[in-house]
Ligand binder design. Structure first.
Ligand code: AMP
Length: 285
């Protein structure tokens, strides 16, 4: 695996791959790689000739009171983990390299970025969309692999690529979970003591919502009430939101129609971390 810390070096390596008519797979990350990230890298390695993993803790997507400074940084471990999962290139630029001057240009998708996660973190998705667009511009034409774990982020990245006609095919990959169902996340390391056990309540609530739909529930509000009540019954969890939404617009759905694909999404605070999760269901009938 070749390592790059400059924009020009990484860009010319990606140009080199394409000049051999090979396909680039791109896996953007904040680092602290876990099995969820590794599943994206392995999938990209199956589909593509070269797999470029980017590791960059992007300050634009953290609010001043968030964990930018504390975010786990483990570049040597990440490099070994990426290489053993099939990465051929690692791009790990410094902040100075990515943002040599104050950023005056932003990419925003207000219709998708203001709700759900965006209601709690108003600047977050602008920062994500801006850095992802920049990484796409640096990497050039590629397939880019994103996890369904961050479903709203995936929806936003898809819209950015489509709306700006970027030469990138966005590929969605399923959420990787711990044995009890907790979605893997770099921030799970913040869970202390019995918080780890409590954290699975979010997944359990979403599963109960999905089961209710499969059993015939057609009222979105009732599904939300059921999911909320499960999270509220766990004293160590603080519910932020649950929703039954359209997978593209992320708008809440009142009536669920037979054959409709819907997404159940939720967020809750357990101890220090805010946990996110989601599940897809097709309404039977
Ligand atoms: P992050 O480093 O948290 O920005 O995540 C980088 C990429 O890995 C994003 O596309 C995430 O959606 C994806 N990812 C994170 N956790 C998981 C997981 N548990 N399963 C699948 N993909 C994940």
């Amino acid at each position: 695996m070749e390592r790059f810390d400059t924009v020009d070096g990484f860009r010319s390596a990606m140009d080199g791959v394409r000049s051999r008519t090979q396909v680039v797979g791109l896996v953007p990350t904040l680092g602290a790689l876990h099995e969820g990230h590794r599943s994206l890298i392995r999938r990209a390695a199956q589909d593509c000739d070269a797999v470029a993993v980017t590791v960059f803790v992007n300050p634009l997507q953290f609010a001043p009171d968030e964990d930018f400074e504390a975010y786990p940084r483990e570049l040597e471990r990440d490099a070994a983990s990426a290489a053993s999962s099939g990465a051929t290139h690692l791009f790990a630029p410094s902040q100075q390299e990515m943002y040599p001057a104050p950023v005056l240009t932003e990419v925003r998708v207000p219709a998708l970025a203001g709700l759900l996660e965006g209601a709690a973190r108003p600047e977050h998705f602008g920062g994500v969309a801006t850095v992802v667009t920049k990484l796409f511009a640096i990497a050039g034409p590629c397939r880019a692999y994103f996890g369904e774990k961050d479903f709203q982020q995936l929806a936003i990245v898809r819209r950015v690529a489509a709306d700006l006609s970027l030469p990138v095919e966005v590929v969605a990959c399923p959420t990787v979970r711990e044995l009890d169902g907790l979605a893997m996340s770099s921030r799970n390391v913040y869970l202390e003591g019995d918080e780890r056990e409590a954290a699975v309540v979010l997944h359990r609530a979403l599963q109960a919502g999905a089961a209710a739909i499969v059993a015939g529930e057609r009222d979105g509000e009732s599904v939300c009430s059921l999911m909320a009540s499960i999270i509220e019954a766990e004293p160590r969890a603080k519910l932020d939101y649950v929703t039954v939404a359209d997978p593209g617009s992320l708008s809440p759905l009142d009536r669920l129609e037979p054959g409709q694909a819907v997404r159940l999404l939720g967020a809750a605070q357990v101890g220090r971390p805010r946990l996110l999760d989601n599940l897809g269901v097709v309404v039977p009938g």
